[in-house]
Design a protein around this ligand. Structure first.
Ligand code: FE2
Length: 530
């Protein structure tokens, strides 16, 4: 670990000292500023009016390009004026002596006093520090980096993470991410959960089920005050996609799972709050004049000559789930015989326009194409499917099999190199081969899949997953009883994966360890246990 990195982590640990359980700071000897004799960062001016620190929700960066990266914060406090000028700075050094870019953004009440700064003219493939100043307060400094130049040789160290249900566990997995010296975090959905907390929850959501703009804002604030999540955000840029719980469980386009008549208004509030709290560019801001406030999160990121990353949205444009329960929307688990709509070619998980955008954007010049998307792609039958009547969950790609076949068909016919599908949603670490025909053991492997488990959301009993293993021989690994992330190192030849697991999700200081390792060779689709 470099000296500046170590100092950054100490700094990050100091961010949320008021909110952090004492055990976390005390339990992490190497992260304690006092024990290392380093100065604890203090605000530049004494706060006089605010009831909370202005930068209580932390800082974040995201969606990097070779010359820019979005810098995010959101001001806190009940006494904020309508408009607040917020200064931002990007520096080459931790002490902000060598400034690379600076500017001012106006944080407006109408957009939750969020700040989305987009510096220009940064140098490709290098690390920076950034911070904000407003109303006499200064934020902590975050670490970020730009993507390498399009023609540069590069390596990529990244993690995937998803499903951080706050009331189900602590975020030791985020501490592990913050300490991992990564270039990029891909967050693949379920940043918040809209639900109320059970009376016996480990820690409580601040209110019940949310469906209003104020409600979603308060829910994000609850999550974002977690110091280990703040440290992970402040450690490197993130690329984000959403899943369903940022709005409502199992929603599809403009249809809520409960067929709520006011769902478009709920989605509009949720999309607005999502943009307000995430490091997306201003161009992605939801259009409040459209039904459900459409927001484009589909994006593409080239990482030097090494990889093209395609970030997908499988919620906003999907057809409703096939064969729901009577009088309901949302997911179900059904057999193919009872629900032929599972394979109806007219149905799509991505929508026609996004399917076409992906089909036309595969990169055959770089060795790797990474797909950052929400849910498990591999076929997963809950019973023997060899006689053609498997049992499938309708919310994932199994509910949209024709859409999956079209995607993999393009990869196969165009010989797209190094396709690795990254996902979340199912609260299980899963490693699988993707094939055009999952029922034919000899069918060629077209792509590799790594679906990461949840940060804290509860998973399915392992016995149920183990019972289905014989029906899905293309799945190499599947653990629903572990929480954590997946960490990757990507070079021209190989993708190396470490399945990181938290020993005890109820303990914010829990150790995090590598439970399994896999590797994929660029020229040879399919994961091998390493
Ligand atoms: Fe989830």
């Amino acid at each position: 670990m470099t000296t500046s990195r170590r100092r950054f982590l100490r700094h990050a640990a100091a961010i949320g000292a008021a909110a952090v359980p004492p055990l976390w700071l005390g339990g992490c000897a190497s992260s304690s500023p006092a024990s290392a004799g380093l100065p604890v960062i203090t605000p530049i001016a004494t706060r006089t009016t605010s009831d909370v620190p202005r930068f209580d929700l932390g800082v974040a960066s995201g969606h990097p390009s070779a010359t820019s990266v979005v810098l995010w914060t959101r001001l806190a406090g009940s006494d904020l004026p309508e408009r607040v000028e917020v200064r931002w700075e990007v520096a080459h050094d931790e002490s902000f002596q060598r400034i690379a870019a600076r500017g001012t953004e106006t944080a407006e009440a109408a957009w939750g006093h969020s700040v989305h700064a987009e510096p220009s003219g940064l140098e490709p493939g290098r690390g920076y520090w950034y911070r904000f100043t407003a109303l006499g307060d200064r934020s902590t400094a975050g670490r970020t980096r730009t993507a390498p130049a399009a023609d540069a040789a590069a390596r990529l160290r990244f993690a995937i993470a998803s499903c951080q249900k706050y009331d189900s566990g602590h975020y030791a997995a985020w501490r592990d991410v913050a300490e991992s010296e990564l270039d990029l975090v891909m967050f693949l959905g379920d940043y918040i959960y809209e639900t109320s907390s059970r009376p016996d929850a480990l820690r409580r959501h601040e209110a019940g089920y949310v469906k209003t703009l104020d409600g979603y804002r308060a829910r994000y604030a609850t999550y974002k005050r977690d110091p280990q999540l703040q440290a992970a955000h402040a450690s490197c840029p993130w690329l984000l996609v959403w899943d369903d719980h940022e709005v409502d469980n199992d929603y599809a386009g403009l249809q809520g799972a409960g067929l709520q008549p006011d769902f478009a208004a709920q989605r509009a509030a949720a999309y607005q709050a999502y943009w307000e709290h995430m490091p997306f560019p201003k161009a992605a801001r939801p259009r409040l004049d459209g039904p459900g406030a459409p927001m484009r999160i589909t994006s593409r990121l080239d990482w030097g000559r090494l990889a093209r990353i395609h970030a997908l949205d499988d919620r906003q444009y999907r057809d409703p789930q096939a064969c729901p329960r009577p009088g309901q929307g949302g997911s179900n688990t059904v057999s193919l015989r009872d629900c032929p709509a599972l394979i109806d070619p007219a149905r799509s998980l991505l929508g026609t326009a996004q399917e076409q955008w992906l089909a036309e954007g595969w990169d055959v010049s770089r060795p790797w194409n990474l797909l950052a998307q929400q849910t498990i792609m591999t076929r997963h039958s809950w019973r023997d499917a060899s006689q053609g009547d498997g049992l499938y969950w309708t919310d994932g790609w199994d509910g949209y099999a024709a859409s999956r076949n079209r995607l993999l068909g393009v990869v196969e016919t165009r010989k797209v190199p190094g396709v690795v599908v990254l996902g979340g949603d199912v609260h299980a670490h899963a490693v699988a081969d993707l094939k055009a025909d999952f029922d034919r053991p000899g069918a060629p492997v077209i792509a590799s899949e790594f679906c990461g488990t949840s940060i804290s959301s509860p998973g399915m009993p392992q016995e149920r997953i183990d019972a289905a293993r014989p029906f899905n021989p293309h799945i190499h690994h599947s653990r629903g009883d572990q929480r954590g992330t997946m960490r990757f190192t990507l070079d021209v030849k190989t993708l190396q994966a470490e399945l990181r697991v938290v020993d005890n999700v109820a303990d914010p200081t829990s150790p995090v360890r590598t439970d399994a390792r896999f590797a994929v060779e660029a020229q040879r689709p399919g994961a091998q246990r390493a």
